[in-house]
Design a protein around this ligand. Structure first.
Ligand SMILES: O=C(O)CCC(=O)C(=O)O
Ligand SMILES: [Mn+2]
Length: 261
């Protein structure tokens, strides 16, 4: 489907910021004739999903070499675990590795019957660096926790869900930074109450598909990219990272969140 997309140019640097545009002259604030030209700022794409939901995508948020440095450090130093979770009543290993880091004293994160142990930011200086870059890119935002996922092969995935737990409040902002193997990130509109009432089985889903195709958006999340979900995205949409046979190497994803205190 056609998406309502705006392109915005943020400040240049090793890590892409979201400061105001340089202006009509194309010169950044403070820059004068004759001064060395700064490198091109990373492109920022804003997709309005409707109903107050918005996605911001910065494909080149972190410069390539820096992003590999961070990938290697995260891959080596994070105490990755693959816990058992309950999906549709069945207990089994989660189809990806995970780790959870949060400020001290925050409400615990629980999902799919799993209680994630929170590590401290002090254990992982690299996470503090990445958090700083995200905060600089998103002035006014404040993240106090991060859920880390590692997808070792294309068979690892995250199924359809929304990060709509009460601990994040009604309109959470979630900033997602990706490293390594590129993977598709797909958003689909949640069924309305009347659609949900028409049944949850495969037949009902097919009937609905014919009557009104489900709205869907797909983003290719590349090495060093940033994707931000805002507004009512968690209330009205679900997202997933589907299995991909061709994804042959490791991907690491960090979703920064603000837990209400
Ligand atoms: O890996 C990703 O891009 C998304 C992960 C995600 O949605 C989650 O952990 O809630
Ligand atoms: Mn999620």
């Amino acid at each position: 489907m056609a998406s309502r997309l705006r392109l915005v140019g943020p400040t240049p640097g090793t890590v892409g910021g979201f400061a105001p545009d340089p202006g009509v002259s194309g010169k950044a604030e403070g820059e004068r004739e004759g001064e060395a030209k700064r490198p091109e700022p990373p492109r920022r794409e804003v997709t309005a999903l409707g109903g107050g939901s918005e996605v911001v995508h910065v494909p080149r948020f972190v410069a390539r070499d820096k992003a590999w440095e961070w990938f290697d450090c995260l891959d080596r130093t994070i105490p990755w675990r693959r816990p058992d979770t309950r999906v549709f009543g069945r207990l089994g290993p989660q189809p990806r590795d995970m780790c959870y880091v949060a400020d001290e004293g925050l409400t615990d994160l629980k999902y799919s019957g799993h209680q994630a142990d929170a590590h401290s930011w002090d254990e992982f200086p690299v996470l503090k660096d990445i958090l700083k870059a995200v905060h600089e890119a998103l002035p006014g935002s404040y993240f106090n926790s991060v859920l880390l996922n590692r997808y070792q092969t294309g068979s690892d995935y995250v199924s359809w869900h929304a990060d709509d737990e009460a601990l994040y409040g009604p309109t959470p902002e979630i900033a997602s930074v990706s490293f390594g193997c590129e993977r598709d990130f797909v958003l689909r509109k949640k069924p309305t109450k009347s659609q949900a009432a028409s049944g949850s089985g495969e037949a009902a889903r097919k009937r609905r598909k014919v009557a009104a195709p489900q709205q869907q958006h797909s983003f290719l999340l590349k090495h060093g990219s940033l994707l931000v979900m805002r507004g009512h995205t968690q209330r009205d949409w679900q997202h997933s990272v589907p299995k991909r046979a061709k994804a042959s190497s490791t991907r690491i994803n960090l979703t920064f969140r603000h837990v209400l205190t």
